[in-house]
Design a protein around this ligand. Sequence first.
Ligand SMILES: [Zn+2]
Length: 109
Amino acid sequence: MPRVISFHYTLKDRTGLTLDSSQAKPPLTYMEGADMIIEGLEKQMLPLNKGDKKKIVVPAAEAYGPKGPENRHPLAGKELTFDVEIVSVREATQEEIEHGHPHEEGHSH
Ligand SMILES: [Zn+2]
């Protein structure tokens, strides 16, 4: 069963410059296997549980890929460091698995 995970993160580049952070916002929620966060981050978060804090380094190839004419993402070609803190972990429901996304408060259809 995939898990639904909510976490806070601070994203930094190789020089330590903060690029993004969830600290002033609600935590980010994703469902495992649903391609909601970058592959290299999800893979390294698999062993984590509620309350865990970890520094996760994701090489460019497992983040936004190499920079090039086909890839103009601003984070392409960058190795990314995420300081993550797991806020909550639960099993995905059957309905969420069928829909391919988590159902948080306020999400209904
Ligand atoms: Zn749904």
